[in-house]
Write a protein that binds this ligand. Structure first.
Ligand code: HEC
Length: 497
């Protein structure tokens, strides 16, 4: 980060509380050397590394806690990092990936906007320096007795959130789909009626409120061909538009590599009714041999009879291109504004060897809390920016998502940092595409690129996890609670120093 940026961040301060909106901007502790890459904040390494570090005592606990979840046999990463030998063999690559903050993956610009997230896996600067210094000083093993206890990883059949919420109340599975070895990308959208699903041995007979949802491919093999899914809920009596099967429904959850589920904030949830169906909205791509694939979705409910105060829309998809979609659902029924259309990328046109942008605008017609953000672009994607202009005229960057096609990360805000937007807030969305040779993912910079579903076409949308407030009073109450929470945090932080 340069001096001007640094002082700006400092003058904004840790906690920004203003008239009718409150979210926190934490100062970015790192230097931003390569502002354009997917992971811009590199760690500035100081010379004179510590030389007394050992793998067993200092490094293994960091790797175990932050890498093993993906870097172990049977998980998503290409190689395990579970032993001294594993880590030593990959030391040069590990040094590069952690110091550039490319691992663990967290493709967001840390120098602007909201920086506090529930699911941020990033290493601290100290942890990065420990790994790098240990590598630079010759990689001592140390005493094996210092090694942390190995983690007993589940066999891959437990759910995200299971340790917090227990076994899911309902598990749905999409019909098996055969993804043939040499086929094309496929977008099957089968529909599963909830009548076929049992909850505690009973069919769903009453309205229930969803507290959390998690998704996983049904097998390790299926993970290989799974690109993403947008499972949606079709309420009783509602039919999707046959021309556009992803329309006419609200999202149950969406999922892709990097997004495995969500828990709604306290007292917020999604309604599910008897007689509803799930439409799966899958995207598979071939992987060298024939693979039978299905997706599983686990749902945890609020207790029977409990109705949370706020109905959450879950993810609302906002286009950066030609925003005709208004996002105005009626809160309780979940009905969609008929003027809204989900898919419209018709104004994306990217000339060869160029950097291009598309923009979208959305004005909130009700106050809202935003609990998550997730970008979506394809191979020419560079970054997406969400800005907010408040009714009082103040303007702010909410987040800049640095697109990395390998990671469709869902960024879940900490409760005290989730932006609160007053009615009338203008949300500005910009997608920036790079169709030059500078973009390492670019399959062919000589091509014109238009909007479309294939990875070689482009898309530009941002999904906001939104909960709308039915009344201004509810919203003001939320803002006051937030201000109190932030003041408490500020005094706790001051007390710690
Ligand atoms: C969320 C899962 C996940 C986590 C957590 C994670 N990795 Fe990775 N890692 C991957 C995947 C998937 C790849 C291969 C694709 C890529 O490079 O993005 C990868 C690639 C790598 C590579 C490059 C391998 C190669 O051959 O190019 C290194 C090195 C690496 N990870 C180290 C680490 C370290 C060290 C940590 C912990 C500090 C870590 N990773 C945490 C999933 C993860």
């Amino acid at each position: 980060m340069n001096g001007i940026q640094a002082s700006l961040v400092r003058s904004v301060g840790v906690l920004l509380i203003a008239a009718s909106v409150a979210f926190s901007v934490a100062p970015a502790p790192l230097s931003a050397q390569d502002a354009d890459g997917p992971y811009p904040a590199m760690v500035t390494l100081i010379p004179n590394p510590r030389t007394d570090l050992t793998f067993a005592r200092d490094v293994a606990p960091i790797i175990q806690a932050n890498c093993e979840t993906c870097h172990r046999d049977g998980s998503v990463a290409p190689m395990p990092l579970q032993t001294f030998e594993d880590v030593r063999a990959f030391a040069p690559l590990i040094r590069e990936k952690v110091s550039k903050r490319q691992m663990p993956p967290w493709p967001i610009d840390r120098t602007v906007g909201v920086t506090e997230f529930k699911n941020d896996p990033s290493l601290s600067v100290d942890e990065i320096r420990t790994i790098v210094d240990w590598i630079d000083s010759g990689m001592a093993l140390g005493e094996r007795t210092d090694l942390p206890q190995p983690i007993a990883w589940p066999d891959g059949k437990t759910w995200e959130f299971e340790s917090e919420l227990g076994t899911p109340d309902m598990v749905l599975r999409s019909p098996i789909y055969n993804v043939v070895a040499d086929g094309m990308d496929k977008w099957p959208t089968p529909i599963t009626p909830l009548e076929d699903v049992q909850i505690d041995g009973e069919p769903l007979t009453r309205d229930r409120w969803i507290r959390a949802v998690a998704v996983r491919p049904h097998s390790f093999e299926a993970r290989r061909v799974f690109h993403h899914a947008n499972p949606g809920l079709i309420m009783p009596g509602e039919m999707p538009d046959p021309m556009e099967p992803e329309s006419g429904r609200i999202k149950l959850i969406d999922s892709a590599v990097g997004t495995e589920g969500r828990i709604f904030p306290d007292n917020q949830g999604r309604l599910i009714r008897p007689g509803s169906s799930v439409s799966w909205g899958l995207h598979y791509h071939p992987y060298g041999h024939d693979i039978e694939a299905a997706l599983e979705v686990a749902v945890w409910f609020y207790p029977d009879g409990f109705e949370p105060e706020f109905y959450s829309m879950g993810d609302v998809q906002m286009q950066t291109s030609m925003t005709t979609y208004s996002g105005n659902f009626s809160p309780r029924s979940g009905a969609r504004d008929p003027s809204g259309r989900f898919h419209d990328h018709s104004d994306i046109l990217i000339p060869p060897h160029s950097v291009a942008t598309v923009k979208g605008v959305h004005v909130l017609d009700r106050p809202a809390m935003m609990h998550s953000i997730r970008g979506h672009m394809h191979l020419r994607g560079k970054y997406e920016v969400l800005e907010a202009i408040y009714p009082d005229g103040r303007w702010e960057v909410v987040n800049k998502l640095n697109w990395d096609h390998g990671w469709h990360t869902l960024f879940l805000y900490e409760d005290h940092a989730a932006p609160l937007f007053p009615k009338g807030t203008v949300l500005l969305m910009t997608s920036v595409f790079d169709n030059t040779t500078e973009n390492p993912h670019n399959p062919d910079p000589d091509q014109w690129v238009t909007g479309g579903d294939r990875s070689i076409d482009e898309m530009g949308h941002i999904r906001l996890g939104l909960t709308y407030f039915d009344s201004e009073e509810q919203f003001q109450q939320m803002v006051q609670e937030r201000e109190r929470a932030l003041e408490e945090r500020a005094s706790d932080l001051a007390g710690d120093q």
